[in-house]
Design a protein around this ligand. Structure first.
Ligand code: PEP
Ligand code: MN
Length: 274
């Protein structure tokens, strides 16, 4: 696709390193771990999770505006959720990532959020992508679950073309005929993206798997395949989580995952930034 001017590598060694804050970058050859609940449920919940994962994750995730398949499912705490996440990130000195669902939320996200996540369901919201391209915030662009790698790269092009070079791609699994997993994690996209594009690529094994017991294996495989980081759903009490409960890791499962990922990264000559 030769109309993708900016997202493709102009030479073999071109690489984008996205700066999140003074200490944290994504795409420098090391591994960043982003973790937290699918949805922020209360200040106490996000505080408790952050307290327990702060030594094993470098970036805190939490959804405030949730894109739920059913309109009757928990839709997130909205503005309050962003406030709780922001306060918690400041308290534990962790940058925060949260998903934006509408162009109307841009000012709020620019003010409070360190990395703006564009979810799988919004990957082709071109108006949103163009608007985010006019900001200079790091944008984590998830792959749509029914989209090809080239469609995903074209979506990144919308952000780049509008001037924002701080794009992180996130593979989160695609729809296939398999039903034992929620989606199928497309590990091939990692080396393919590395070959085609200068942008960093991270992996979300939680949504791909849909089951907590698969998340560690997929995380190790993603790092072995060359991913620049992971986005993992962790909950203080997964069985009562208000969204994505079956894929959430508890605190000790998450710590165990980080240990294993660290071993893989170290074997590859990389460091993990937890
Ligand atoms: C999420 O990260 O909570 C989420 C909704 O992910 P996705 O857009 O990949 O489904
Ligand atoms: Mn989720």
């Amino acid at each position: 696709m030769d109309n993708m001017i900016l997202v493709y590598k102009s030479d073999e060694n071109q690489r984008t390193i996205v700066k999140v804050n003074d200490d944290i970058v994504i795409g420098d050859g090391n591994v960043q771990i982003m973790a937290g609940p699918c949805a922020i449920e209360s200040l106490t919940q996000i505080d408790n999770i952050a307290l327990n994962i702060k030594n094993n994750a470098s970036i805190l995730r939490g959804g405030a505006y949730k894109m739920r398949t059913s309109p009757y499912s928990f839709q997130g705490l909205g503005k309050d959720g962003i406030k709780y996440l922001y306060a918690t990130g400041k308290k534990y000195h962790m940058p925060i990532i949260s998903e934006i669902t509408s162009i109307n939320e841009i000012d709020e996200f620019i003010k409070y959020v360190d990395i703006i996540q564009v979810g799988a369901r919004s990957m082709q919201n071109y108006e949103l992508l163009s608007a985010l391209g006019k900001t200079n915030k790091p944008i984590l662009l998830k792959r749509g679950f029914a989209n090809t790698i080239d469609e995903w790269l074209q979506s990144a092009e919308y952000i780049l073309k509008n001037g924002n070079k701080n794009v992180i791609l996130c593979e989160r699994g695609i729809k296939t005929f398999e039903t034992r997993t929620r989606f199928t994690l497309d590990l091939s996209s990692i080396p393919l993206i590395k070959k085609l594009s200068h942008l960093p690529v991270v992996v979300d094994p939680s949504h791909a798997a849909g089951h907590s017991e698969l998340v560690k294996s997929l995380s190790m495989a993603a790092i072995a395949a060359g991913a620049d980081g992971l986005l993992i759903e962790v909950h203080n009490n997964p069985s009562v989580a208000l969204s994505d409960s079956s894929q959430a890791l508890n605190i000790s499962e998450f710590k165990d995952l980080v240990e294993s990922v660290k071993n893989i990264a170290n074997a590859m000559g990389k460091k993990t930034n937890e």
